[in-house]
Design a protein around this ligand. Structure first.
Ligand SMILES: [Zn+2]
Length: 286
């Protein structure tokens, strides 16, 4: 039986946000057992707070954004992945701005800081969200020459564990098709998944910048794909597929600590959220 965990007091991370490019001060505070993961803003009147649940996600277009009543915190997915991956059941994440600091563009910086600061074991058993029946969602990806189907499937686990398989396909000659299979344990999460950065195409960066997005100047916070090759050094040859696994681990944490096998094909945040909603609906009725 695994016990619930929270973070040590006094964990603070300051850094530049990815999309808005401003400096954000973040605190990750310990919480009592059975509290779950909460987000809040310290810079707004009344210091509003909101629980990390599928119904509280208001945008999944460029990053996963939580909020209500006109306030928001964007780009929560990599921090959520680290909380899921390290088994942090209870925490309150406070920011003084509307986006999480980007760290190094992966989950590694958050994972290292949380581990260095210390993980606290609590006196109640962890609650799991168990996938009991196959569930799936599907959509369409328009990024390639022709529209392609995307799928995200949750299957009951055969080994009482959590795992994610992801297939990334692309007609871009540099990336090719990538596949990754992840079986969860905390050390594997930190070494195999947490360091993987998101993909960015040089052409998209130029386009986003023209719209005032992706202002952040450090190009090492993503795997940058140019027309003829990668523009920076990879951390893994299949870093893009691993990052997609990271995103799924983060997004599905909205549904709790999962026991089940997740299979993604070309899926992204929108399908992750749809599946998280289905998982929660199933959990409520089982
Ligand atoms: Zn991501």
């Amino acid at each position: 039986m695994k016990l619930q965990q929270t973070v040590s007091a006094g964990l603070e991370i300051t850094g530049e946000s990815l999309h808005t490019g401003v400096t954000v001060h973040m605190q990750i505070c310990p919480q009592a057992p059975d509290t779950g993961i909460w987000f809040g803003r310290t810079d707004l009147p009344g210091q509003p707070r909101i629980k990390a649940e599928p119904g509280n996600i208001i945008d999944t277009k460029k990053s996963v954004t939580i909020g209500k009543d006109g306030w928001r915190i964007a780009t929560i997915e990599h921090l959520m992945a680290v909380l899921h991956g390290l088994g942090i059941d209870n925490a309150l994440v406070l920011t003084d701005g509307e986006e999480i600091p980007s760290g190094d563009g992966s989950g590694l910086y958050f994972a290292e800081r949380i581990r260095q600061s210390g993980i606290v074991t609590q006196d109640k058993p962890r609650r799991y969200t168990v996938i009991r029946e196959p569930l799936w969602v599907e959509g369409t990806v328009y990024k390639q020459k022709e529209p392609l189907k995307a799928f995200l499937v949750a299957l009951p686990s055969t080994d009482e564990n959590f795992g994610v398989n992801f297939t990334f396909t692309s007609d871009h000659p540099v990336t090719g098709t990538q596949y990754y299979q992840y079986n969860h344990n905390e050390d594997a999460f930190v070494s195999e998944i947490a360091p993987a950065r998101t993909i960015a195409f040089m052409k998209e960066i130029e386009h986003l910048r023209s719209q005032g997005l992706a202002l952040s100047g450090d190009l090492n916070r993503a795997v940058i794909v140019g027309d003829e090759g990668y523009c920076n050094e990879l951390r893994f040859s299949d870093e893009i597929a691993r990052h997609k696994v990271l995103d799924i681990i983060g997004d599905l944490y909205l549904a709790g600590s999962i026991i089940g096998r997740i299979i993604g094909i070309r899926s992204g945040h929108a399908l992750d959220l749809e599946l998280a909603k289905k998982i929660v609906a199933q959990a409520d009725h089982s």
